[in-house]
Design a protein. Sequence first.
Length: 120
Amino acid sequence: MKEIKAFIRKRKSEEVVDALEAIGIDRMTLIDVMGVGSTDPNQSQFSVRIAERYAEFAKLVLVCKKEEVSQIVEVIREKAHTGIKGDGMIYVSDVEQAIHIRTGRTGRDALLSGDEPRTS
């Protein structure tokens, strides 16, 4: 199993989520975050409180099967791309274990909803 974390422009998040749902990826977490780093000055805001320039981003997190990674990454990259500096980043990491709290399913089976048959 793999975890995909993508930091994307907030205004592109709906388009990314819709595209992921269109390929059957419907379980993800989307969180509002602030990014500090190299961005387009016209897309940044200034906050006196934190005395840094920041841009509003969305953090998208999902866990998937290894064989789904390439397609998911390409969908995110394509839909989040604007061509402007600061479009974001995608990270892919290994997931050692997953446990579904309600059903007790583990591993790849934990990625299934309660109504789907087990894969193993």
